[in-house]
Ligand binder design. Sequence first.
Ligand SMILES: Cc1cc2nc3c(=O)[nH]c(=O)nc-3n(C[C@H](O)[C@H](O)[C@H](O)COP(=O)(O)OP(=O)(O)OC[C@H]3O[C@@H](n4cnc5c(N)ncnc54)[C@H](O)[C@@H]3O)c2cc1C
Length: 351
Amino acid sequence: MRVLIVGGGVAGLTLAAKLACQGREPLVVEQSSCYGEHGFSVSLYPYGSAVLHGIGAYRELATRGVQMKTYEIGDRRGRVIRRIDFSRLLGAYGPTYFTTHAQLIDCLRRACGERVQLRMGSTVSALKQAGEEVEATLSDGTTERFDLVVGCDGAHSVTRELLFGPQRGFDTGWVGWTWWAPERIFPPETAREHWLAGALFGAYPAPGQTMCIIAVPRSVADPAGELDERELLARLGGALGQLASTPALAAALALASEVWPWRLRDVRSRRLSSGRVVLCGDAGAAFLPTAGVGASVALRCAAALGEELSRADARLAPLAIERYVKRIANTVWANQRDSRRLARAMSSRTL
Ligand SMILES: Cc1cc2nc3c(=O)[nH]c(=O)nc-3n(C[C@H](O)[C@H](O)[C@H](O)COP(=O)(O)OP(=O)(O)OC[C@H]3O[C@@H](n4cnc5c(N)ncnc54)[C@H](O)[C@@H]3O)c2cc1C
């Protein structure tokens, strides 16, 4: 079966590795010319990380991840008001890990092995379904024919756009600013969040460091994009009020050198497939960060598609796609609904 995977991220590489285990040789086109280094911290629930068992990458993740043993909720004075033991909550299913997106991508690339052709700096510019094939025009102008095309190109998916045009999403109106702080500032193996009225602070572990985020309504942050990093951090700290002057927060803010914006909005494709083209991961439904499930769902969807394809040849690919969509749709929408519900609570100004 000739398979084109558009996007070599979490879903794309997982699917490619699954297909390679079946002796198939998918082509992955990835628009970046190389994978970024700075990345961000990603939580992986057992629901998602278990997929790595099936491609021989679980052990690698365990060595490159930090276990999340505790989730803490704090108040505006910096006090922890609730502590949840994650090993008790989810331990029966396996550990919950935090790693960086870059480390996860590296684990998945290794799992792909030699059978997967990863073409960096490449994308798809047109897709035409004709008979039992899809003709894809690639960014270098060449056209190639495939039995199946899978859009794994993330929240801003071009594959989705080519299939269905612009799709709706939920915009919280908030923006999160992330930066890296040293790991010792917050307790180890712990994710901490302070949900304030009109602002959120979070600290999430990653190997050797902690990713911090302050999320605020867009109008509060830097709507005109005119502030330098210090001014922006001062403004974000201001939105946290008293919390910003507690020792841990003051240290995390003082040590921030570079911050990255993240618009807190999602997208949902009204359909997940058309003929021999199918969407997987964020391309079909992207998630707000509030539930921390985007990567786990992407892994799970890629595994489900890989399993359905393991029982199909080129002729039966559309049937495998149909089964995949039936299998994952309800879970994906339910997870997205949950993350939206939490986002509404986050953006409440009346805590
Ligand atoms: C700051 C931040 C923190 C996050 N934290 C968490 C978390 O804690 N837990 C969690 O579960 N999720 C988290 N997420 C979300 C998670 O990263 C995504 O849900 C997950 O990566 C989705 O996997 P994906 O393969 O669909 O997309 P991605 O991993 O984004 O991969 C898409 C790939 O496609 C490539 N691409 C894009 N367009 C094209 C194109 N036209 N042609 C070819 N290639 C293309 C991209 O370069 C990328 O490599 C976070 C996201 C961000 C930004």
